[in-house]
Design a protein around this ligand. Structure first.
Ligand SMILES: Nc1ncnc2c1ncn2[C@@H]1O[C@H](COP(=O)(O)OP(=O)(O)O)[C@@H](O)[C@H]1O
Ligand SMILES: [Mg+2]
Length: 313
């Protein structure tokens, strides 16, 4: 059961989740909340969860009586943290129709130079062996193709097509960087927002997954693409300037906030979804070929790619 679950309880609940192969997640990205009402503090924590998030609760006798009197679904209440008891309740509670599969991921930030291009390239490299992937560089800088060891055709040549850009057109200009991996968007200029939107649409006709290396959140291209993609990753440093900019930004509620070269667990009052360690040597090694980044940073990229792959099915 590769299900993402928000956990509110003690070590008993954590080991049951582990035994069931559940993935601990924050409430924003979880499909379900698992709450041990017998643990001090968990009631207060769970009370702040969105009402629409499905719950399975573990409760004592008195709490179960209360739940029954309030007309709560009996099938979502367990008497213990026993994995054998929780498993069937969880299966019965998860909505049958899960969220739409993720096919497009956009990487953005509040400021430049935070590692977006490197993250986008490394996600694309990791997804491509199992899902046909199109890497779209909307920045105009060409870093995405560079990290993929390739060169991409300039956007300027496509600007005339803008709204009529078809999957066939995109297929012709896309460069194959590796098996299952194509890249679009070369320097020296960024596409207009309209071209960026039609390129994304065409990319999703051509490939199973589109990874977008986007400018900052302040950019018109990024703003227009935010609503068109399935998943937004906001990469951020934990410095005061970035935190102030995050606070002032309009970030989609379900975006993944990823801390760059930082171990912060929250930034500007938002939960950090994953952290990326500082890794100069591994990046220098990857740049010399160029190839996928390894080491601890590579493992963090592996994990993110794995979650995107799970969401894409
Ligand atoms: N985790 C990291 N540790 C150390 N250096 C990093 C890390 N991530 C990115 N960098 C470096 O930061 C610089 C900017 O990265 P890049 O991916 O081009 O950022 P962006 O696309 O956000 O502008 C590059 O020189 C890159 O090698
Ligand atoms: Mg970049």
């Amino acid at each position: 059961m590769k299900l993402r679950v928000a956990l509110y309880g003690g070590s008993e609940l954590a080991s049951a989740a582990d035994a069931l192969g559940l993935i601990a997640a924050d409430a924003g990205t979880a499909a379900l909340a698992l709450i041990d009402l017998r643990e001090p503090g968990s009631v207060a924590q769970a009370a702040t969860l969105p009402a629409e998030l499905p719950r399975v609760v573990v409760a004592d006798e008195a709490q179960i009586e209360l739940a029954g009197a309030l007309g709560m679904l009996k099938r979502s209440v367990a008497r213990s943290c026993d994995a054998a008891e929780l498993g069937p309740l969880i299966a019965a509670t998860v909505p049958a129709r899960r969220r739409q599969a993720t096919r497009s991921v956009l990487v953005t930030s509040v400021r430049g130079g935070v590692g977006r291009s490197l993250l986008a390239a490394n996600l694309a490299r990791r997804l491509a062996p199992t899902r046909s992937t199109l890497a779209l560089d909307v920045t105009g800088g060409g870093a995405l193709a560079w990290w993929l060891g390739s060169t991409a055709a300039t956007w300027a040549d496509l600007e005339g097509l803008r709204d009529e850009l078809s999957a066939e057109h995109l297929g012709v200009v896309a460069t194959e960087a590796a098996p299952g991996l194509r890249v679009v968007g070369g320097p020296p200029s960024a596409p207009t927002a309209g071209l960026a939107r039609s390129a994304l649409r065409a990319a999703l006709e051509l490939s199973e997954i589109a990874i977008v290396d986007a400018p900052t959140l302040a950019d018109e291209r990024t703003r227009q693409l935010l609503g068109a993609v399935d998943r937004v990753i906001v990469l951020s440093y934990d410095d005061p300037v970035s935190i102030a900019a995050l606070a002032a930004s309009d970030i989609p509620e379900d975006a993944w906030l990823v801390a760059s070269q930082s171990a912060a667990t929250s930034l500007s009052a938002r939960d950090v979804f994953r952290t990326l360690p500082r890794a100069e040597a591994a990046i220098a090694a990857a740049a010399s070929r160029p190839s996928a980044v390894g080491g601890a940073l590579g493992r963090a990229y592996d994990e993110l790619a794995e979650i995107v792959a799970i969401d894409s099915t």
